[in-house]
Each structure stands twice: as structure tokens, then as C-alpha cells.
Design a protein around this ligand. Structure first.
Ligand SMILES: C[S@@+](CC[C@H](N)C(=O)[O-])C[C@H]1O[C@@H](n2cnc3c(N)ncnc32)[C@H](O)[C@@H]1O
Length: 217
């Protein structure tokens, strides 16, 4: 009499099923992981972080312009960095971000890892005033969210590293417009014929967006 033989599954498929089951289900996509992390942190960003709307503004800018090389001054615990790196994951890019406070830098590293974006982020600990001089560039997006009285100095140091078509963005230019560093920066950038500057007032405190023309006027 013939033995009853059950359906045979390839061993590799069975092993993959077992691995997925022991890991709690099928692997998450990066989008699900980032979204899940951001959802879990809603209302929890307490270290001078940007709002969700401002993070989304940076996200949309990167996707719209297909930027790939981004630099941020002022990581804090990584909220804006996560939005930027998430967008960069879709354009094939990467982010360099600088923070001077060690406890914030370390928290940002943990957040980048949990969000699954650490592979796209070069997070540096130190004084951006010094570090910017050593950055090779070019960058498509430079986002200043720190040390606002130094904004003009950051602009002068980084303008040669801003790619044609790139954007130099500064957070809180309206709410902190009384600061000399911001006033001097705005006066300087508005006087340059090859830079087009607008202020996005939908951003909290206003965000200046200065685009470098592709062909100098
Ligand atoms: C407004 S918070 C940045 C928020 C961050 N972009 C976010 O949304 O999560 C400014 C950060 O810049 C840092 N900072 C201030 N001066 C700095 C400097 N010279 N170099 C690097 N980081 C600096 C502060 O420690 C602070 O964490």
C-alpha cells in the first residue's frame, strides 16, 4: 500500500516563514518604520525641535527638487533630520547633520536608528562654526536651525558649497528677525543677483528659502 505524502514545501521557504513568524511578521517597509516612529513620538519632541508641519515642509522640498545632498546645522534630537532623511531615502540621497550638545546628539543617534534611517545620516558632534569649514560639499539643501546670530557666517562659509539650483534655508527668520545675524544674512542674500529668496510664513517663525540660480543672472 502507498504511503500518504503531504505537500512538500521547499526548505528555504519554510525557513523564511519561520524567521518571519519569530520576528513578529513580515519585514516592515522603511516607510512603515519611519511613519511608525514619527507616530510614536507625536507630541514628544521637547528639545527645541521643529514642528511636524515644518518637518513636512523640508520633506516636500527635497522631493519636489529631487535633492540628494543635505546639510543641517542643529540636529537636536533629530526631528527635522528624520523628515529630511526620509525624503532623501526616496531620492537616493544622504544627510550630514551637526549638533554641539552631546546628550542631544546621542538621543538623535538612537532616534535615527529606531526610525531605520541611520544608514543615510552622518551625524556629527561638535561646533558647526568650526566643522563647516571642513565639509567638502556640494550640498543641494543647507538647513540652518541653530546658533542664529551666526547665520551670516554660515551663509558666507557655505555659499561656495551650495550647488546650482540648491536651497539655503533658515528656520525662524521672522520670529528671530530682531537678531543681528539674521537681519545681516537677509540683507546680504537679498542683495545677491544669483539668489532668489522668499520667506515661507506657513513655517513656525517663518523659514527663509534662498535658491541659487542654475544660471547666474
Ligand atoms: C532649534 S534646535 C534644532 C532642532 C532640530 N533641527 C530638530 O528639529 O530636531 C538647535 C540646536 O542647535 C544646537 N546648536 C547651537 N549652537 C550650535 C553650534 N555652534 N554647532 C552645532 N549645534 C549647535 C543646539 O544645541 C540645539 O540642539
Amino acid at each position: 500500500m502507498k504511503k500518504a505524502v503531504g505537500p512538500l514545501l521547499p526548505a528555504a521557504f519554510v525557513l523564511a516563514l519561520l524567521a518571519a513568524a519569530s520576528a513578529g511578521g513580515p519585514p516592515q517597509s522603511l516607510d512603515d518604520r519611519v511613519r511608525g516612529f514619527l507616530d510614536s513620538q507625536k507630541g514628544q519632541w521637547r528639545e527645541e525641535n521643529v514642528t511636524e508641519a515644518d518637518g513636512r515642509l523640508l520633506f516636500d522640498l527635497i522631493l519636489k527638487k529631487r535633492y540628494t545632498r543635505a546639510l543641517e546645522i542643529g540636529t537636536s534630537t533629530g526631528h527635522s533630520g528624520i523628515w529630511q532623511a526620509w525624503a532623501l531615502s526616496k531620492t537616493g540621497g544622504a544627510l550630514v547633520t551637526i549638533e554641539i550638545e552631546e546628550f542631544r546628539h546621542l538621543a538623535a543617534l538612537r532616534n535615527f536608528r529606531t526610525a531605520g534611517l541611520d544608514g543615510l545620516i552622518d551625524a556629527r558632534l561638535g561646533d558647526a562654526r568650526r566643522i563647516v569649514a571642513d565639509l567638502a560639499g556640494p550640498f543641494d539643501l543647507i538647513f540652518i536651525d541653530a546658533d542664529k546670530n551666526w547665520t551670516l557666517n554660515y551663509f558666507e562659509a557655505l555659499l561656495p558649497k551650495l550647488a546650482p539650483g540648491g536651497c539655503f534655508a533658515v528656520h525662524n527668520v521672522s520670529s528671530l528677525g530682531y537678531m543681528k545675524g539674521i537681519r545681516d544674512f537677509l540683507e546680504k542674500v537679498r542683495g545677491l543677483s544669483f539668489m532668489d529668496t522668499t520667506i515661507d510664513r506657513s513655517a513656525s517663525g517663518g523659514m527663509s528659502l534662498s535658491f541659487r540660480r542654475k544660471i547666474p543672472a
